[in-house]
Design a protein around this ligand. Structure first.
Ligand code: 5GP
Length: 208
């Protein structure tokens, strides 16, 4: 049987990755999303095993020790990682697997699984990103500030991705990603646009 494709989706916090990924999963039977493990506390409405596997630091470190994660990273004071078993079983069954992960983890996947497609979702501009983070009301001002600074530091990884899509409309962004996975790169945005948006995001760098 033909194996599924591993699709890594990253983007700055607040860009709407979660919504886009849900839209892909809800509309395409041949995609499944990997549920990550994390040590962060659940947000209101988040369920264990559905949105994340919520673990203690000790439980997470045991998974690292037992080699049960495809990748993991620390992000704004917490661990996040991808359980390996689900990924491999799903790919073996011929279904594509989407990982919605941050850039350091994505770099580990690129190294371990060179066939993976790495896609970075960009906001139309920096202010849209900040407004979305503030507007979703899930984080304190302090955490929002850290996430914007993290976005600026993630700019250095952006060039390592294979494809870039813009999220100014969820259904369009979803269709662009599906096209890319089906080897139609016409949906990728140009390097010039990527560079302009990156420049804009860099204004969130600490102390600037
Ligand atoms: P949030 O706390 O907003 O749910 O996620 C914070 C960041 O962690 C997001 O950029 C998200 O993509 C990333 N993330 C979620 N799961 C994983 C994972 O399994 N591994 C890595 N490396 N990052 C993850």
């Amino acid at each position: 049987m033909k194996k599924g494709k591993l699709v890594v989706i990253s983007g700055f916090s607040g860009v709407g990755k979660g919504t886009v990924v849900s839209d892909i999963i809800n509309n395409c039977d041949d995609f499944k999303v990997s549920v990550s493990a994390t040590t962060r506390s659940p947000r209101e409405g988040e369920e264990n095993g559905v949105h994340y596997f919520f673990l203690t630091k000790d439980e997470f470190e045991k998974m690292i020790e037992d080699d049960k994660l495809l990748e993991y990273a620390q992000y704004v004071d917490n661990y996040y990682g991808t359980p390996l078993e689900f990924v491999d079983n799903t790919l073996d069954s011929g279904v594509n697997v989407v990982l919605e992960i941050e850039a350091q983890g994505a770099m580990q996947v690129k190294e371990k699984r060179p066939d993976a497609e790495l896609i970075f979702i960009l906001p139309p501009d920096a202010d849209t990103l900040k407004n979305r983070l503030v507007g979703r009301n899930t984080e304190s001002a302090d955490v929002i500030e850290k996430r914007l600074q993290r976005a600026a530091s993630e700019c250095e990884f952006v060039d390592a991705y294979d494809h870039y899509v813009l999220n100014d409309q969820v259904s369009k962004c979803r269709d662009d990603i599906i096209k890319i996975v089906n080897d139609d790169d016409s949906a990728s945005i140009s390097q010039d646009i990527v560079n302009n948006i990156k420049e804009d995001i860099l204004k969130f760098k600490e102390g600037e």
